[in-house]
Design a protein around this ligand. Sequence first.
Ligand SMILES: [Zn+2]
Length: 220
Amino acid sequence: MSSSPQPSCPRCQRTLELSDIRFPLFQCPHCATKLQLSLRRLPLALAVTVVVSLLLSHMIGLKAYAAILWIPIFWLCLKFVPGLLVSAELKVYADVPPKVRGVIKRNLLLFLSFWFGLTLVGIVHAYVLGWGAFLLASKGDVWEITELWSLPLGLVNPAFRLSPEKSFVADLGILVANCYFNALALTLIFKFVHRMLQRNRVTQLSIGGNRVGDDDDDDL
Ligand SMILES: [Zn+2]
């Protein structure tokens, strides 16, 4: 929190205490203007932190079986790399901000959420169960976990198989790449089921005699 300036209200210019700031919307205690923390820079700051922490891990030759050490490295980077993270911008809103997202943006967000979520689950799964299996010397379980997260690219190219002996950065790259394709498949399945459910609903409505005029949203 070193050099971040004290945030102030963009309308009345008076300083805001940290206790005044709430997420996502709050009022300026001085002039009652609606304010919102802008998280525009947050993804960038996090991405930079992850990249720097991975570079460091690569430089010290961190192996996948010692991947737990990446957490303190990431934590250190989080403290030092992005002054961006703390210097939250304040945006003024006269009214409730409009929050309409286009179809493409919504689908992209869905895909990115699946991608990020799967990667996170993969990391946690490999960390917790992988370590448990490793400590219990259960080779079969370690094999199962690495095989599971090596799909689908591991089937095509053995270079895309996870292994505790590979470097942490290499394994993470493989995991992220595999999760990309799995997230793509998940998104398509999700959209398909969503569409089917919507179609069913529309049919039911028209059987019920209601007029189905302008439809809600046509996704994809
Ligand atoms: Zn104010």
